[in-house]
Write a protein that binds this ligand. Structure first.
Ligand SMILES: [Zn+2]
Length: 59
């Protein structure tokens, strides 16, 4: 019952969640979300440096 689709973020053909994003990107998104929650003034560059997630994905 795998629902393989292109992930909206990384573009891999992979099982995705309801919002069209794969599991690993969902995890990264959660990390970014938490970071922004703690530091709303952070720039994209700061977020990328702190989370080691590429600028492309955050954007
Ligand atoms: Zn992905």
């Amino acid at each position: 019952m795998a629902n393989n689709q292109l992930c909206k973020l990384c573009g891999l053909l992979t099982p995705v969640t309801n919002n069209g994003v794969c599991e690993s990107c969902t995890e990264e998104y959660a990390i970014i979300y938490n970071f922004i929650k703690n530091k709303p003034t952070a720039t994209i560059l700061e977020i990328s440096t702190a989370t080691k997630i590429s600028l492309k994905k955050i954007n």
